[in-house]
Design a protein around this ligand. Structure first.
Ligand code: ATP
Length: 538
């Protein structure tokens, strides 16, 4: 896994996963755009969630409710009153923080001179229509859940569902976070994947446990093993106003620490009850806001008892951005692909030391590492490997007097880096933005190029696997470019493929290279689709 969030931020920017919003105007804090690879990864996460939770179950329907809703929704959901975070200002450095995030000390300057907490509503406001008055006032939704609750009766009657059943929805949510930070982790505009699962009162605790298991299984399926998730049984004092019990699934992000990726709440009959009329007749257990505006009773007719009941709700709610950040962190690795020969290491070691000296850095490769460089194989490979990121950084440093040394170092180190070192994103193939990349061994050989392009078109035609063609470098470099974005398979078309190689038996076959093992296999073009189909959805 990644050891620092910077690795992911750099990769995301370098390869086009994530860009800061409105970057050419200085950006917009807490808002990000998903680039060509980011949108694929995000869509794949959402599709996998949808497939698992809607298609592969018998008890789920989907929904896509609007972002703008009648203001009364937010009155009766409790958000107008309670979606507040206590804010404090640091009198010393003027930074503003959420009181529950900082434990009385300003994280920026360390001062304890903070103002008293005061409430701040995190909902964004906007205006509908040309006249700004109280009737035109609206919020951008801070969660997708309410769109499900207010449509409960619509879905129930049109789908003829029986309890228990659920409604799934994916969509944007907006929160005016005080300090958006930590890249995709805390932002102001994000996407949620939410399920509201309606059950008979009394069966809620059992279903809460079942959903906990189902959700852990999904996280495992997309590459976050159970052992990497901690379940936080939220103490009563910290529970949201609607919750009887909540399990937060926590993932340990580099730098950010152990943080919530998904909340699984037992919301009781709070929401359907709050949005109903005639509340006094509904035997509600939750304390709800008295509602004189709703025109509906959000109840379910239970045939067994002949009664109308207000279902309890279990809500698994996950953020797409936090999920994407977690799978990128989890899959990230910088690694040596094969041992570097000792004499090459020694030469680079010398050049590195000279370079470090010239830029005024006293540290050198340690004596031990140098001895190792001269004497042994494996350890020294490791010794330099650990320095390679640093070499890369040094190579990027400007400075006139260092240019010559830098060039020399680059001349020696770069090929070693290219040949022996890689960044790889071990995404589950099902999430990989690109499933297959096809390369021509020679980019100016007409038949090889035409064959490679035909292979790419053929694989893409099935529609299932995003396949690209790339001829912008030597094969080794192309492999590394795909490794770092998580492409599970690379295909190379060579002279053998077109019947002009050494082995005529290889005509019509291509090399398929596996991202994780780096093993290569010859596969007939005619069998490629069958070979890849299951592997790219693993
Ligand atoms: P936090 O305590 O971290 O602010 P929360 O408990 O308010 O989160 P919920 O209201 O439970 O979050 O929202 C459900 C999910 O939506 C979270 O688990 C998270 O994945 C996602 N989410 C919430 N707020 C943000 C945000 N500002 N940026 C990105 N994702 C978010």
């Amino acid at each position: 896994p990644a050891t620092s969030l910077d690795q992911i931020v750099a990769l995301a920017k370098r390869r086009g996963f994530i860009f800061p919003s409105s970057e050419i105007y200085g950006g917009l804090q807490g808002v990000y755009d998903y680039g060509p690879l980011g949108v694929e990864l995000k869509n794949n996460i959402i599709a996998d969630w949808w497939r698992t939770n809607v298609y592969e179950r018998d008890d789920m329907e989907g929904l896509d409710a609007a972002i703008l809703m009648n203001r009364l929704v937010w009155k009766y959901s409790g958000h107008e009153e309670t979606f507040n975070d206590p804010l404090v200002d640091c009198r010393n450095c003027k930074m503003r923080w959420r009181a529950d995030h900082i434990q009385g000390v300003c994280p920026n300057c360390g001062s304890r001179d903070l103002t008293e907490p005061r409430p701040f509503n995190m909902m964004f406001r906007t205006q509908i229509g040309p006249v700004a008055d109280s009737g035109s006032f609206a919020y951008l939704r801070p969660e997708t859940a309410q769109g499900i609750f207010v449509n409960f009766a619509n879905v129930l009657t049109t789908s003829a569902r029986k309890l228990p059943f659920g409604i799934a929805q994916v969509g944007k949510a907006f929160r005016n976070e005080i300090n958006p930070r930590n890249f995709l982790f805390r932002v102001r505009e994000f996407e949620q994947m939410e399920i509201e699962y309606f059950v008979m009162p009394g069966t809620d605790e059992e279903w809460h446990q079942r959903w906990l298991e189902a959700r852990l299984a999904w996280w495992e399926q997309i590459g976050i093993p159970r052992s990497r998730i901690t379940i936080y049984d939220v103490p009563t004092a910290e529970l949201a106003h609607y919750s009887k019990r909540t399990f937060d699934l926590m993932y340990e992000y580099p730098n950010i620490g152990v943080q919530e990726i998904e909340g699984i709440a037992n919301r009781t009959d709070y929401d359907l009850g709050s949005h109903s009329k005639d509340q006094a007749q509904l035997n509600l257990t939750a304390r709800v806001n008295h509602n004189e505006d709703s025109i509906a009773r959000l109840t379910y007719f239970d045939q067994a008892s002949g009664r109308h009941v207000v279902p309890y709700v279990i809500e698994p709610s996950a953020g797409v951005g936090r999920c994407m950040l977690a799978v990128m962190c989890e899959g990230y690795a910088e690694e040596l692909t094969k041992a570097i020969p000792g004499e090459k290491l020694a030469a680079v070691g010398e050049a590195l030391n000279a370079f470090l000296k010239s830029v005024g850095r006293s540290e050198k490769l340690s004596g031990e590492a140098r001895d190792a460089i001269l004497a042994r194989g494996e350890e020294l490979t490791q010794a330099l490997a650990e320095r390679l990121p640093e070499v890369e950084q040094l190579l990027a440093m400007p400075g006139a007097d260092q240019i010559e040394l830098g060039k020399k170092l680059r001349g020696q180190a770069q090929p070693l880096i290219d040949e022996h070192y890689r960044t790889v994103l071990r995404l589950k193939p099902r999430l990989a933005p690109i499933k297959v990349a096809v390369f021509p061994l020679k980019r100016n050989h007409e038949e090889i190029v035409a064959t490679a392009k035909a292979v790419r078109r053929q694989l893409q035609a099935g529609g299932r696997m995003r396949t690209i063609y790339d001829d912008t470098g030597a094969i080794g470099k192309l492999y590394r470019r795909q490794d770092e974005i998580g492409t599970p398979f690379c295909i190379t078309v060579d002279f053998d493929t077109i019947g002009q190689g050494k082995d005529p038996a290889l005509a019509g076959t291509v090399t398929v290279r596996d991202r994780d093992t780096m093993a290569q296999e010859r596969v007939p073009i005619a069998e490629l689709e069958a070979y890849l189909r299951d592997r790219v959805s693993a």
